[in-house]
Ligand binder design. Structure first.
Ligand code: K1U
Ligand code: ZN
Length: 172
C-alpha cells in the first residue's frame, strides 16, 4: 500500500468531470486501498479519486472513524437516485485544508454504486454519511463544497484561502 499525494484547490483535476470506471481489475483495487490508507492518514472520512490526481469515478467513505469500528465503503460509479429533506452541516475538504463552512444538502439520499467486484448496491443514508456521499459524488463531478457557497461567502473564502496557502508555505 502507498500514501498518495492529495491535490489542493485550485488544481485543475479537481474541476474535471471524472470518467466512469469500466475495468474492475487489480489496478482499481490497488488504487482503492491506497486511497483508504491516504484517507486514514490525513485523517478524513472520505476521499475521491480526483483528489489524488486520478479522474475516475471512485470514492471511499468511512464515517465510523470517530467510533473506532471501521465501516469502509468503496463507491465505484456512484449515483444519487433519490433525495429527501434538507440539512445544513459544517464541512471540510482534504483538498482545501483548514477551511470549514456550512453547506446546504439533502438530509437523506439513496445511492446506487458498484463495489470493487462490479456488483451493484443501493443504500439509503442520512446524517453525516449522507453529507459525505454528496460531498464525494460532487468531487467526481468536479464540484467542491465551496462551489455551494453564496457569491459573498465564496469571495471571503478566496481571501482566506490566500492566507491559508501563505501559512502552509511558511510551514514547509
Ligand atoms: O472528500 C474530502 O475532502 C474528505 C472530507 C469529507 C467530508 C468531511 C465533512 C463533511 C463532508 C465530507 C473530510 O474528511 S474533511 C476531514 C474530516 O471531516 C475529519 C477529519 C478527522 C476526523 C473526522 C473528520
Ligand atoms: Zn472534499
Amino acid at each position: 500500500m502507498a500514501l498518495l499525494r492529495i491535490r489542493h484547490y485550485p488544481e485543475p483535476v479537481l474541476k474535471k468531470v471524472a470518467t466512469p470506471v469500466t475495468e474492475f481489475d487489480d489496478s482499481l483495487r490497488q488504487l482503492a486501498h491506497d486511497m483508504a490508507e491516504t484517507m486514514y492518514a490525513a485523517p478524513g472520512i472520505g476521499l475521491a479519486a480526483p483528489q489524488v490526481g486520478i479522474s475516475k469515478r471512485l470514492a471511499i467513505i468511512d464515517c465510523s472513524a470517530r467510533d473506532g469500528e471501521s465501516q469502509l465503503l468503496f463507491l465505484v460509479n456512484p449515483e444519487i437516485i433519490d433525495r429527501e429533506g434538507d440539512c445544513c452541516e459544517e464541512e471540510g475538504c482534504l483538498s482545501i485544508p483548514e477551511y470549514y463552512a456550512k453547506v446546504e444538502r439533502s438530509a437523506k439520499v439513496k445511492v446506487r454504486f458498484q463495489n470493487l467486484d462490479e456488483q451493484t448496491h443501493v443504500i439509503e443514508v442520512e446524517g453525516l454519511l449522507a453529507v459525505a456521499c454528496q460531498h464525494e459524488i460532487d468531487h467526481l463531478d468536479g464540484i467542491l463544497f465551496v462551489d455551494h457557497l453564496s457569491p459573498l461567502k465564496r469571495s471571503l473564502f478566496r481571501k482566506k484561502w490566500k492566507k491559508i496557502q501563505e501559512h502552509m508555505t511558511e510551514q514547509m
